[in-house]
Design a protein around this ligand. Structure first.
Ligand SMILES: [Zn+2]
Ligand SMILES: [Zn+2]
Length: 160
């Protein structure tokens, strides 16, 4: 299988139960089939850590054009998607086979921003709570204005 970014031959690697293909000596990226990204995300810290320092050539040749899926016999262009709503790392995904490509350093950034589901959930909850609190105070304000208007209407001075 060839690297979608630099066309080097990918090297298969087993990390516990997770199978990955790394661009060893090329651009240092990682290919993960279907559910492997999920498994890797849940994998032991040590396993994931070994993917963060893949030997690479600093000045690797970048393939021209959009990167294509290395699994689907190069048919599908990979598309970019956010790894997680609150993790600001964009990864490549194949719309055909559901595989993922992580550029060198992306796994490191994902782990640095939010190492696990629990941390992500806590962060997401915080963002939600902040949004909700802002919304609530805006609504309270609106409600207050309506009450005031009604009060003035009900208890207005009788027109003589
Ligand atoms: Zn590569
Ligand atoms: Zn594919």
């Amino acid at each position: 299988m060839l690297c979608p970014m630099c066309s080097s031959t990918l090297t298969p690697r087993e990390l516990g139960s997770v199978h990955v293909d790394v661009c060893d000596g090329g651009c240092g990226g990682v290919w993960l089939d279907g559910r492997e990204l999920r498994l890797l995300d849940e994998a032991h810290e040590g396993d994931a850590a070994s993917l963060m320092d893949i030997p690479r050539t600093a000045h690797h040749e970048r393939r021209p054009g959009r990167p294509l899926c290395p699994r689907c016999t190069q048919k599908y262009p990979l598309r970019t998607r956010r790894f997680h709503p609150i993790v600001h790392v964009d990864i490549e995904e194949c719309p055909g086979c559901g595989g993922h490509w992580l550029d060198f350093g992306e796994l490191h950034r994902i782990r640095a921003e939010a190492p696990d589901d629990a941390t992500r959930e806590a962060k997401a909850r915080k963002v939600f709570d902040e949004m909700y609190a802002t919304d609530l105070s805006a609504r309270r304000q609106e409600h207050q204005t309506q009450l005031e208007r009604m009060r003035r209407w009900l208890f207005r001075a009788p027109t003589a």
